[in-house]
Design a protein around this ligand. Structure first.
Ligand code: S5P
Length: 256
């Protein structure tokens, strides 16, 4: 059976942001997310200039930036419009509802003001999603649940993954998909974002495990590859981003 294109899947998404992501991927011909794990705002800006035209999503960890400011988050949103990508703050919320609601809006980062999407562990149960949706839903944001992880010997079981999917089904307006290593359910409206991607299937010294773009997008049928060090530690990040983008698109196109 042929797979639906990203463009066709937009109609199945219940969340307005998810629809826009599917359509952007289709139009821009990119299923690449850059994981911009750098510690200075200037380095992040340089990476955006080098890779922005090749990505559909910029994934940030703003809490590793030594010099984050509110103005910087405004610059990020301006660049997202200019280069046409969505911003995903990889905050991995994991607390009770009352706490995550404050972490999402307040503190130094004010994540809800500038990030299009965020992610959360399903471990605390449905309260975490209800709380985040109170802030995110009126602003047309989206949430990804961590259904699987790429790290070696992680504690996520098949049962945990299944329960995460069931939890997502209770919040179809706010949950846009999953962080996962493979497609987990039939519904074409979910997005699957896969971290731990590089051209060679290796591990790092701290338990990260890599699969190739082809394995993630073609064999495992996920939708977006998240690439960090494969691009940002290469000698030429712009050229590497192009290579991952092309490999990602080729692997997806084979499925159609
Ligand atoms: O299971 C996971 C989930 C995430 S979001 N494994 C991951 O590696 N990540 C994130 O993806 C991680 O926090 C990092 O920002 C990125 C992978 O970076 P790389 O340099 O290993 O490609």
């Amino acid at each position: 059976m042929k797979t639906l294109s990203y463009g066709d899947r937009a109609q199945f998404a219940r969340n307005p942001l998810a629809k826009k992501i599917f359509l952007l991927m289709h139009e821009k011909k990119s299923n690449l997310a850059l994981s911009a794990d750098v510690t200075s705002c200037d380095t992040l800006l340089t990476l955006i200039k080098q890779c922005g035209s090749d990505i559909c999503v910029l994934k940030t960890h703003v809490d590793i930036l030594d010099d984050f400011t509110q103005e910087f988050s405004e610059t990020l949103t301006t660049l997202a419009k200019q280069y046409q990508f969505f911003i995903f703050e990889d905050r991995k919320f994991a607390d009770i509802g009352n706490t995550v609601k404050q972490q999402y809006q307040h503190g130094i980062y004010h994540i809800a003001d500038w990030a299009d999407m965020i992610n959360a562990h399903s471990l605390p149960g449905p309260g975490i999603v209800s709380a985040l949706s109170e802030i995110g839903l009126p602003r047309q944001k989206g949430l990804l649940l961590l259904a699987e992880m790429s790290s070696k010997n992680n504690f996520i079981t098949t049962e945990y993954t299944q329960k995460t999917i069931q939890m997502a089904e209770q919040f179809p307006e706010f949950v846009i998909g999953f962080i996962a290593q493979r497609k987990l359910a039939f519904s074409p409206g979910w997005l699957y974002l896969t971290p731990g991607v590089q051209f060679s299937e290796k591990t790092d010294a701290l338990g990260q495990q890599y699969i190739t773009p082809e394995k993630a997008l073609f064999q495992n049928e996920t939708d977006i590859i998240i690439v960090g060090r494969g691009i940002i530690h290469s000698d030429d990040p712009a050229a590497s981003a192009k290579q991952y983008r092309e490999a990602g698109w080729r692997a997806y196109a084979k499925r159609l």
